[in-house]
Design a protein around this ligand. Structure first.
Ligand SMILES: Nc1ncnc2c1ncn2[C@@H]1O[C@H](COP(=O)(O)OP(=O)(O)OP(=O)(O)O)[C@@H](O)[C@H]1O
Ligand SMILES: [Mg+2]
Length: 251
């Protein structure tokens, strides 16, 4: 057996230990996960006897993947339930459990856990998770109001960003990214931003280095040369905005 086939087989059959499968797109990861679930439910669980599907969690990131997984499992269970195989009875039981089983997205799974214990989680028991479209609308509502206030109050960072050449839509994009990554942002320990003098000194040092590089160019027809020159020009005139960099870049 090839080592690939052996690895796939271990990931399906060794149900008493955990695995991390890492492989390129379309190589059979989901397939392996489905085979493992089938094994757990129809053949053997970690401590011997098979598990009820209701006690298995198969978590995905997208609704589409969760849907596909459910469809595949249903097909496999139906095929076995109709056959005269020893696991037919287990397959029928699994079909009964399928709709309530935790074969779902990570968001749905998390909501399920929080719904089971809302008080302990400090949540209104009637809470619900918002979808992508609602999340966009909510962001828009909060962002517009906040931006108006921040501009009226002439808040430093906003004023500097606008003076530095960031447009309102750049700011919005940045805010959206920060909001999406709110948790990671909260955990970030950032150094304070460099002063203008520090930025200027770093730019001067870079420019000096780049000029030395320029003198060493031997093949002027090299395709990298125009890009290098554009970067040099950008360093000389001062990178005011990223937009000015992309405009000055040769296409
Ligand atoms: N061991 C295998 N041998 C041959 N074909 C396979 C094998 N495992 C899966 N396939 C087929 O390859 C295709 C992709 O499989 P699968 O969806 O499991 O891959 P994946 O790694 O989860 O893909 P993605 O990265 O898109 O999520 C499917 O058509 C599946 O039937
Ligand atoms: Mg997959």
């Amino acid at each position: 057996m090839t080592s690939d086939a052996a690895d796939r087989r271990r990931a399906v059959e060794e149900v008493d230990r955990s695995f991390v499968l890492e492989a390129s797109a379309g190589t059979g990861k989901t397939n392996t996960l489905i085979e493992r679930v089938l094994r757990l439910v129809l053949v053997a669980g970690p401590s011997g006897p098979p598990l009820r599907l209701a006690s298995v969690a198969a978590i995905t990131f997208t609704e589409k993947a969760a849907g596909e997984m459910k469809v595949r499992l249903r097909q496999e269970f139906e095929r076995r339930a109709a056959a005269s195989v020893p696991e037919a009875e287990r397959a029928r039981q699994a079909l009964g459990d399928l709709e309530t089983a935790a074969i779902q997205t990570i968001h749905a799974f998390a909501v399920g856990l929080l719904k089971a214990r809302p008080v302990e989680a400090g949540l209104d028991p009637r809470f619900r998770a918002i979808d992508e479209a609602e999340s966009e609308l909510l962001f828009e509502e909060v962002w517009e109001a906040w931006l108006k206030r921040a501009i009226a109050e002439r808040r430093g960072p906003i004023e500097r960003a606008l003076r530095g050449g960031m447009g309102l839509s750049d700011l919005r994009t940045l805010a959206r990214i920060l909001a999406r990554q709110a948790r990671a942002v909260r955990d970030l320990a950032l150094d304070p931003p460099p002063s203008e003098a520090e930025v200027a000194a770093r730019r001067a040092a870079l420019l000096k280095e780049a000029c030395e590089f320029e003198r060493r160019i031997t093949d002027r027809s090299d395709k990298l040369v125009p890009h290098f020159r554009a970067a040099l020009q950008w360093l000389r005139t001062g990178p005011r905005t990223c937009a000015s960099w992309s405009r000055s870049r040769p296409s």
